[in-house]
Ligand binder design. Structure first.
Ligand code: ADP
Length: 402
């Protein structure tokens, strides 16, 4: 059984083809600059290892997806597209409609469209991805997995904003949370690695990539998460601010050209990039700090301080913590960020194995000491595998085992 996992953005398509007999990745890649005369497609084949890249105009998602299929058939990844059993779409927002992965039907597309105002940058791209696949693969089963779904177990006192209740009733203004597949994957993997039942664990997951979010996972269920109605709330990110006093937004909207300009500033020119003035990339920030740049040093200090505050507050929310997990490009690769994010939390029972922590880059490990009451773990995330597994399950529920 081969499952094609797709993450469609407004100008890009990320894809992975899984062989579900052993959950291995057969091929993966990226189409970029869709809608641009200078489009680019990359195909990485696992066995024998090979990387193919082409530059060509990509008028729309359909052109890009057709070309990806051509590249996969020309290079022997698949004989033809009928070999693909199911397509799994990563979808950003389900509002309050869906609490798990679903088969994509017209009704589901309709519901996603209704959530458009909640994620106006992402939802149109998700729908284009679905519509394109419906044309190119008219007979293929399609599933959708929502970034928000894992957080549907948050209690109302965690997901409501302390504003006039009528806005929840009128527009469904509330906290939803994102990166759900990642928080789900790493928390379950941690339980597996520790040989424990996830029902017995209180876990804080820290997904630190370009976008950053954390979750409090109690007994396998998300009971709180840092991102809110949009992916702007919570910890500091690459270009997004995370938490700020809403008063700052009104102040700057008055001074700096209205809410659209400020919206852009909080999404694109804030976070590590905004504070350092250098880059949104953690590697550049650390290099600049090492060269004596004070604003890069400040950005790093703010980044880890805000993570630390959430770790402790989530321990309070769960009445304790057994495991803290780091994942995402930064969480998996940067020992310094892991160490500084838990610095001073010894009072909660966290003791880092600093030497080991500094050597771990992109692999699974327990980086706390053997006698640390709280385990600190590094677990590379695998959101695509979560999508592929859910798609397989839904397919088999509908058609039986293949
Ligand atoms: P996205 O949210 O776009 O999926 P990633 O999870 O790939 O992002 O994370 C991107 C971030 O991870 C960047 O800040 C990048 O600098 C950082 N990163 C990735 N690999 C490394 C590495 N080997 N060392 C340091 N930082 C890294």
């Amino acid at each position: 059984m081969k499952i094609f996992v797709l993450n469609c953005g407004s100008s890009s398509i990320k894809y992975q083809l899984f062989d579900m007999t052993d959950e291995t990745v057969i091929a993966k890649g990226l189409a970029e600059k869709i809608g641009n005369p200078e489009g680019h497609i990359e195909l990485k084949i696992t066995n024998p290892k090979n990387k193919i890249e082409v530059n060509l105009p990509l008028a729309d998602h359909s052109v890009a997806l057709n070309k990806i299929m051509d590249m996969m058939t020309e290079n022997g990844v698949i004989k033809d597209k009928s070999e693909i059993t199911a397509i799994a779409h990563r979808l950003v927002h389900a509002g309050e409609y869906y609490h798990g992965s679903v088969e994509v039907t017209d009704d589901v597309v309709f519901r996603i469209q209704e959530c458009n105002d909640l994620a106006p940058l992402h939802i149109p791209a998700n729908i284009i991805g679905i519509r394109t696949c419906q044309k190119l693969f008219p007979d293929t089963f399609m599933s959708g997995t929502f970034d928000t779904a894992f957080h549907h177990t948050m209690p109302d006192y965690a997901y409501m904003y302390p504003i006039d209740y009528k806005y929840y009733e009128k527009y469904r203004v509330r906290r939803y949370g994102f990166h759900g597949s990642s928080h789900f994957f790493v928390s379950n993997r941690a339980a597996e690695m520790l040989g424990k039942d996830i029902k017995d664990l209180k876990i804080v997951t820290c997904h630190l990539g370009n976008g950053c979010s954390m979750a409090a996972v109690d007994g396998g269920k998300s009971i709180d998460t840092t991102m809110g109605m949009t992916p702007l709330e919570g910890v500091m990110m690459g270009t997004r601010s995370g938490d700020v006093d809403p008063g700052v937004i009104f102040f700057l909207a008055d001074k700096e050209g209205g809410h659209q300009a400020v919206n852009k500033m909080f999404n694109k020119n804030s976070g590590l990039f905004g504070v350092s003035g250098i880059s949104n990339d953690m590697r550049d920030i650390r290099k600049a700090r090492d060269e004596g740049n004070k604003r890069a040093a400040l950005a790093l200090a703010m980044f880890t301080y805000r993570i630390k505050k959430y770790i402790a507050s989530y321990a309070a929310a769960m009445g304790g913590v057994d495991v803290v997990i780091f994942t995402g490009g930064i969480g998996e690769n940067v020992g310094e960020i892991r160490e500084r994010s838990v610095e001073g939390l010894e009072f909660m029972g966290i003791k880092m194995n600093k030497e080991l922590n500094n050597t771990i880059c992109g692999s699974e490990a327990v980086v706390s000491t053997d006698d640390s009451k709280v385990k600190v773990m590094v677990i590379p995330t695998n959101e695509e595998l979560v999508l592929a597994r859910d798609s397989k399950k839904l397919y088999e529920e509908k058609f039986g085992k293949k």
